[in-house]
Ligand binder design. Sequence first.
Ligand SMILES: [Zn+2]
Length: 251
Amino acid sequence: MNKYLVVSVHDITADSRTQMINDLLFSSLRSLDVKPLTIAFIPAYFNAEGKIKNPEKRFGDKLKRLVGEGSVIAMHGYTHEKRGLFEREFNPCSEESARNLLDLGEGIFEELGLAKPTTFVPPFWQTSNDALAVLAQRYETVPVKDGVFDFKNDLFHPALPVYDSPALFSGYALGNLVGNARTRINVKFNDNNPLVRIVLHAHDQYQLEDFGIVRKLVYRYQEEGRQLVTYPEAMRRLYQDQLAAVDNTQR
Ligand SMILES: [Zn+2]
């Protein structure tokens, strides 16, 4: 069975508050040769006065450099806004609002010279059913809470054996992950999940050594034959692998 590893960085924005991880990402992870990455990029951001801003071109150039190295820039909402205690940017959200937000976000991709995104990571892993219908039409890969919805191949979804590694990622923000990784680094490397995801969040506080831990995890997994690919690539391959398995059993 083929096994895959996805390293993704969520909540990347042009906001100066996330510059630390941005800089680390753009320098350290690259120099540590952890690639390709899946970047969940929030196109617009709020400045100190709470105004919605578009990133400057040179921020787009940084992202383009990652794309040049094979990484994928997924769209992660428009502003990723949390409206009140339970309201999220795409939940509740009508089809029309979803379309508006996606148009705005994609407009920024275009402004920055980035290709139209094919992967959409819902902010807070939440969408309304209406928004989900729009997302499913527009994007090839849309992971949502508690798993992965492969919309194009929806029939296969229930059988698609995709899990997060319980040792590495269980829905915690990444500070926890790194905290866990520190204490559990020897605990559970030989799990048989076809897909393991390591997720970093741009707003969490990292130290350089944390990136060293990520690199170690990646190397260890690669030594076991796990292939580091982008999220949409993992989805495509898992689907192909599954088709091949079905083929074999019918022979
Ligand atoms: Zn997020």
